[in-house]
Design a protein around this ligand. Sequence first.
Ligand code: SDX
Length: 431
Amino acid sequence: MSETATITVGGKTVELPVITGTENEKAIDIAKLRALTGCITFDDGYGNTGSCLSNITFIDGETGILRYRGIDIAEVAEKSDFIETAMLVINGKFPTSAERRAFSSLIVENELLHENMRVQFQGFPPTAHPMAVLTAMINAMSCFHPHLMEIHDDAQFHEAAAKLLSKVRTIAAFSYKHSIGEPLIYPTASRGYTENFLHMMFKAPNNDYVPDPDVVRALDLLFILHADHEQNCSTSTVRMVGSSQANLFTSVSAGVSALWGKLHGGANQAVLEMLEGIHKRGDSIESVIAKCKDKNSDFRLMGFGHRVYKNFDPRAKIIKAACDKVLSKLGKEDPLLDIAKQLEAAALNDSYFVDRKLYPNVDFYSGIIMRAIGIPTNMFTVLFAIGRMPGWIANWKETRDNANARIYRPRQIYMGAAKRSYEEAKREVIQ
Ligand code: SDX
């Protein structure tokens, strides 16, 4: 006998089915709640609401578990690379050697932008935030690839997915070069995914830049760690837009917009700016922690806290360890890393953070590595988007492939003015 939940409301008692997930997570299926009781549920910020059944990523926030297609993030981070991880996240299985070769060729075939797209960068002011450019240029892909709009065509999906994964690097690097007034550096077929991105970012006609293999590995690791994270704000946005049967490019462009917010992917830039401010002003750790707890201050410890993780974010632990390794490999020291570590230690021993189960999240240390590599702070969230691309693509596809696919259309509880006439409303306006 399958489990049910009993709800009594408005004098009615109804039994609703309970769904049990792979890891024994429980959800009350409220699909029939309104029909049976006339009631809907209310869940501000969706903290308690499951929007879908998904096979892609599992997170256990209480114990700090993250798995891509059942594989623990620490194993994927240690043993895989970003393209293999992307194929696992999107296809649900690791590629054969032949599939890997074919996909890598597809990535190379799609790494250039249409020259009419390239010239569009000239239209943006050099001061434009690269996330604004990224959103616009990814959406512009719908203009340049009109043959990839049929969302139910698998061949079109795979070509569009390869274009997004490949071109997101080129768009990112071109936006950076445009912002510093340097000539654009094109991708080259001979370089791997992440090496190609670094080459486009830092090669210039007057230098012999060759990416350090340790730097390539560190950035590839960051991309792996950002590849998917179940129903976060930006991924839910991609699903929302995709549920209307909008094409993959425009759905992902909406996800990029959602990621930009500093409560989400924009936090990695906000963390670095926070650490730089603390360092520049010479703020004491105690004063910073005190500011977090001051309800009259809107200051938050950026990179701390998480809607799901009420334990360590496993990605933060991996990135923190990688920080030390990358900095020592590059022979660099960064006072901001010391400040970050002191803030973490102080917060983890402070009841305000302990009681609220606030731990470092993926954004707390990632900027330290990107800064060590030479990535400018305002590009940090763009790199988050490069890493998250496989997750957005996989979730869009899962929404498309859902046999019960319906457009996402939440309800609401109306709290506005009661029925009134035009004249009554006009009378309220002081003439
Ligand atoms: C990402 O969802 C995902 O999976 C996202 C992500 C992914 O991979 O896609 O993991 C990536 O977005 C990570 C989060 C990056 N954002 C930040 O680091 C910004 C700082 N963090 C917070 O703003 C906050 O923790 C959120 C936005 C991450 C989560 O917000 P919630 O779940 O809505 O929590 P809340 O705002 O209700 O906070 C609960 C309490 C409040 O205090 P009280 O009202 O109970 O007194 O905790 C406090 C908050 O004031 N709090 C913080 C805090 N985060 C929460 N206080 C100080 N500093 C913080 N960072």
